[in-house]
Design a protein around this ligand. Sequence first.
Ligand SMILES: NC(=O)c1ccc[n+]([C@@H]2O[C@H](COP(=O)([O-])OP(=O)(O)OC[C@H]3O[C@@H](n4cnc5c(N)ncnc54)[C@H](O)[C@@H]3O)[C@@H](O)[C@H]2O)c1
Ligand SMILES: CC(C)[C@H](C(=O)O)[C@@H](O)C(=O)O
Ligand SMILES: [Mg+2]
Length: 364
Amino acid sequence: MPSFKIALLKGDGIGPEIVESAVKVLQKVGKLFGYDFILEEGLIGGIAIDKTGEPLPQETLELCLSSDAVLLGAVGGPKWDDLPTHKRPERGLLGIRKALDLYANLRPAKVYKPLVPSSPLKDHVVMGTDFIVVRELTGDVYYGEPRGIFKEGERRVGINTMRYTEDEIRRVVKKAFEIARGRRKKLTSVDKSNVLEVSALWREIVEEESKSYPDVQVEHLYVDNCAMQMIRRPSSFDVIVTGNIFGDILSDEAAVITGSLGMLPSASLGERYALYEPVHGSAPDIAGKGVANPIATILSASMMLRYSFNLKEASDAIDRAVELALERGYRTPDIYAEGTKKVGTQEMTEVIISLLEELCERSA
Ligand SMILES: NC(=O)c1ccc[n+]([C@@H]2O[C@H](COP(=O)([O-])OP(=O)(O)OC[C@H]3O[C@@H](n4cnc5c(N)ncnc54)[C@H](O)[C@@H]3O)[C@@H](O)[C@H]2O)c1
Ligand SMILES: CC(C)[C@H](C(=O)O)[C@@H](O)C(=O)O
Ligand SMILES: [Mg+2]
């Protein structure tokens, strides 16, 4: 039986609840399709700070380096909000992304038909929306030096540095062109080249690389305009490629179009390692209440099967089971609309699992 080792980093807030849901789905898929998923847990984020003093303990890093893929819940919460930036739970996440060199963060934003009424936008605007944000994940102002809070005479000054080397830009841009080639062949590159030199270089590299992909249509948008166009014409986008900070902001915006942040999965890919996590955070406001939407994490597990293990059939089955759960009217509170069935995290997970069984029986 093919076997895959997965590092589970549940993290904080709703992290443990939603990762547990994805684990149940993975275990069911393993049984139905004949795969053995070996799951090993590691600490990250606030819980890791509490237990070891570090947001990313060496042991966790070693576990990830020796696994076939990593599944992460979320990190952070009010308990750790007063810590200085370099000691916060979020540093664990930034540390693991950098250590595994996960430079391409794929964040698909797809509107499921039954969720069209959950979007705050008009039906005809959101219908057919299906794009993917390719966010650079290991550079930009997130990691640039110098950074810190310094003294300038008597007053303090906060400094971060926006920085990209051309190699860093080129590798993620190439990845985005490749993804566009396998989809509707349209690439929107997002920058702020009217103001920032970093962005001017970004745009230059996109133009250079576009020569190798004549079949892909390229559009350049300034990030402020893109934020607006994403709301005005979301269905016109196919692949959006952008830097770390712009991608962070635009992907949360994309989530609203699709109905809820609780729906958006992601894959963070490097040449050698891969990590899968929902786009959303630890949602401290609903943690422990059993109401978190597990779909973003379940779909992240599905991306893991597709991208890391090449198990397309199993991944398709999960995606279809999620779609069916929505078609049959099951909704966690974040996507609830009148006339549908409100369920909690566990019930949504059980529904998806039983639909997986149903789908497999049908195709047997
Ligand atoms: N990848 C990550 O681990 C990650 C990402 C973003 C934020 N964070 C951290 O999470 C903490 C909270 O941040 P925030 O409140 O800005 O963002 P958040 O994404 O945690 O929550 C934003 C809103 O969306 C809701 N939401 C998020 N996920 C949901 C789900 N699965 N189901 C239903 N509703 C959901 C929350 O209840 C909240 O109202 C902070 O410490 C932040 O740094 C972590
Ligand atoms: C928690 C934070 C460090 C993280 C980011 O900014 O990358 C989050 O917002 C995300 O989108 O994954
Ligand atoms: Mg974010």
